[in-house]
Design a protein around this ligand. Structure first.
Ligand code: NAD
Length: 339
């Protein structure tokens, strides 16, 4: 099987590539990534020499480039992680989100139609469902919850999901979609909540928490998400959406306090800052369908996952220091620019 993974130099895509190369050593994985500010090729250093892995620097919106790649490689499956993924950035500059997340998705699917594909999988998010009130803890997102987005990011992801379903209905493209809750784990870009707090705490810097910090997210260890996508590729039903979540709801403020405790840092580092515009209050996934149909269950408990994650950031300081000081952006040129 030949699998094209877009956005594989990012957080979840890279973890997915590691998972696939380990779980399916007979498969060939091709990573397509534009290497935006969020893509870091050094993340993939450990697999660069694997004969079953191939990296291509490519923008998924580049129709000619994508078609050329399909013509040469004829992938059997495409898993689309490539996206602009940071809500705050989407509030500052929505257009690039529409470009990559919607137009890029359509370019990939058009290539799939032209060259044929066994499966196109769209990696989506629980944010397409909008948010839930804090005082109704028995409410969860199911796959039939109406789309009701809050930010330009979630709206662009929802637009892509609708397009993916339309390509299935209209052209019979064999698609699946997964909508996952918040991920955490190794290689998470330092601007996101958990790595940001770990890194700031290590430097005894203020820990900026939006608003009252009571916003609730359902956190899932990244490897569990990768296993879920792998299962959907193997056993998922074409045309279906699968919610992926861990029934692990945590308030932002409690996560930050836990990180302080694990690192032996004082909670007085916590600083409440002006809330994000339109900040969603609570996300909570009902993962019953993927459990019933594909027997997927998360394996990593949050208490263990957060310890593993903190340990990883402590042991891989060079990785995130290069991001924090901007060094990582020249990595591709230095390593591969003249090859
Ligand atoms: N992080 C989460 O908690 C979470 C939860 C649910 C769903 N998702 C979804 O999972 C996917 C991956 O998220 P992530 O957190 O790993 O994101 P990320 O920002 O860490 O990585 C995104 C990757 O996509 C690449 N990319 C961006 N624009 C591109 C383009 N035009 N062409 C090719 N590559 C491009 C970047 O270089 C980067 O490597 C996204 O689609 C996101 O919506 C993320």
């Amino acid at each position: 099987m030949k699998i094209a993974v877009t956005g594989g130099a990012g957080f979840i895509g890279s973890n997915f590539i590691f998972h696939m190369l380990k779980a399916h050593p007979e498969d060939r994985v091709i990573c397509l990534d534009k290497l935006t500010y969020a893509g870091n090729l050094s993340t993939l250093a450990s697999v660069m020499d694997n004969p079953n892995f191939h990296f291509v620097k490519l923008d998924i919106c580049d129709r000619e480039g994508v078609y050329k790649l399909f013509e040469e490689e004829h992938p059997d499956m495409v898993v689309n992680f490539a996206a602009e993924s940071h809500v705050d950035r989407s509030i500052e500059n929505p257009e690039i989100f529409l470009q990559t997340n919607i137009i890029g998705t359509s370019v990939l699917m058009n290539a799939c139609r032209k060259y044929g594909i066994q499966r196109y999988h769209q990696v989506s998010t629980d944010e397409v469902y909008g948010d839930l009130p804090l005082d109704r803890p028995n409410l969860f997102f199911t796959e039939t919850t109406p789309i009701h987005t809050s930010s330009p990011y979630s709206s662009s992801k929802a637009g892509a999901d609708l397009l993916v379903l339309a390509y299935h209905r209209t052209y019979g493209l064999p698609v699946t979609i997964s909508r996952c809750s918040n991920n955490y784990g190794p290689y998470h870009f330092p601007e996101k909540l958990i790595p940001l707090m770990i890194i700031n705490a290590l430097h005894d810097k203020p820990l900026p928490v939006y608003g009252d910090g009571l916003n609730v997210r359902d956190w899932l260890y990244v490897e569990d998400h990768c296993r879920a996508i792998d299962l959907i590729l193997q056993k998922g039903k074409v045309g279906e959406i699968y919610n992926v979540g861990g029934h692990n709801e945590m308030r932002n403020i409690d996560i930050v306090k836990l990180i302080c405790k694990e690192l032996g840092k004082p909670e007085r580092l916590i600083t409440h800052v002006t809330d994000r515009k339109g900040h969603d209050r609570r996300y909570a996934i009902d993962p019953t369908k993927i459990y019933n149909e594909l027997e997927w269950l998360p394996e990593t408990k949050f208490a263990d996952g957060i310890k593993k994650t903190i340990k990883w950031y402590l042991e891989n300081q060079e990785w995130w220091e290069n991001i924090v000081n901007g060094e990582y952006q020249g990595y591709y040129e230095r390593m591969y620019g003249r090859r």
